[in-house]
Design a protein around this ligand. Structure first.
Ligand code: GDP
Ligand code: ZN
Length: 288
């Protein structure tokens, strides 16, 4: 079975071979661990989840106290939605990119509201330097969605981005019967429609899954070792070796990453994002 949503010790799942089937309620046995939306699980004779199959990725966020909070498993794509308005924070895009690359999830940047002029400022102007796929869409009224639709026909894709960029509008445009589906889900869990902020998988009409996470989208990273943060910056691999093996690429002499950023081998916006996220890690470490 595939878990479409998880709420503590229970959730909803569908058969692997029939993603559009009406989800059935599943109890999670404690010894199986905590399944996440996106997990593939084994179900025992009593209809309870008895095991979680190995995950290809776990996407999550930092809590206010800097702990890792998992959101969904087995993501293939993180759709980072930005828009001309509300004006995006530069940090947020780079944080999402780092979080995706750390888990070997492919980030795809979606510039929504492409009916509005795109500002000639970061992070928009950074995109050309980054090794990420970019789609321009209009979700309300729906237009220019075919490229994105085609890109999503396989795999599990999560919609992320700050409030107001058009995530719900995109979900509604990509999932023509979303209203029906959420109605069906709330009916079968006996919960109100808007009472949960749990991630939920929706089968896309052309194949693939769209994960929607209602609720507030403040996004922060969690406390982690420097080498884990560095996995979120795969472009640093193009830099020459640093003099010190445990270099944090900050002020150390002989830093290959800093010299590569000076030469433009590493995109300068990524290096600046690294310094900001490194600072954030120091603050998180000092807080706790
Ligand atoms: P969310 O908070 O990310 O889920 O954003 P919503 O989907 O609620 O959209 C926020 C606002 O942006 C709403 O008023 C939408 O009608 C509007 N909106 C969404 N997509 C577009 C678009 O492509 N162009 C324009 N101009 N407005 C849009
Ligand atoms: Zn260095």
């Amino acid at each position: 079975m595939r878990i479409v949503t998880a709420l503590g010790n229970h959730g909803l799942g569908v058969p692997d071979e029939d993603p559009t089937a009406t989800p059935t309620e599943l109890h999670f046995r404690r010894r199986a661990g905590r399944p996440l939306a996106g997990d593939r699980v084994e179900v025992d004779g009593d209809g309870a989840v008895s095991a979680i199959l190995p995950r290809s990725s776990v996407f999550g966020r930092g809590t206010a106290r800097g702990a890792f909070q998992p959101i969904a498993a087995n993501l293939d794509t993180l759709l980072v939605v930005i828009a001309p308005e509300p004006a995006p924070s530069e940090d947020l895009l780079h944080r999402y990119l780092a979080a995706a690359w750390m888990q070997r999830i492919d980030p795809v940047v979606v510039i929504n509201k492409c009916d509005l002029p795109v500002p000639g400022a970061p992070p928009f102007t950074d995109l050309a330097d980054l090794d990420v796929e970019v789609h321009r869409t209009r979700a309300e009224p729906p237009a220019d969605l075919d490229g994105l639709r085609a890109r999503l026909s396989e795999g599990i894709h999560l919609l992320a981005g700050q409030s107001g960029v058009g995530k719900s509008s995109l979900a509604n445009a990509l999932l023509p019967d979303l209203g029906l589906q959420t109605g069906g889900l709330s009916h079968s869990t006996g919960k109100g429609r808007h009472t949960t902020t749990a991630a939920r998988l929706h089968p896309l009409p052309g194949g693939g899954w769209l994960v929607d996470t209602p609720g507030v989208w403040e996004y922060g990273l969690w406390k982690m070792p420097v080498d884990e943060l560095e996995r979120g910056f795969p472009e640093f691999a193009d830099a020459p070796d640093c003099r010190f093996r445990n270099c944090t690429h900050d002020h150390e002499p002989g830093c290959g990453v800093r010299s590569a950023a000076d030469d433009g081998v590493v995109p300068p916006c990524r290096y600046r994002a690294w310094l900001r996220l490194l600072d954030e890690q120091r603050r998180l470490a000092a807080d706790g």
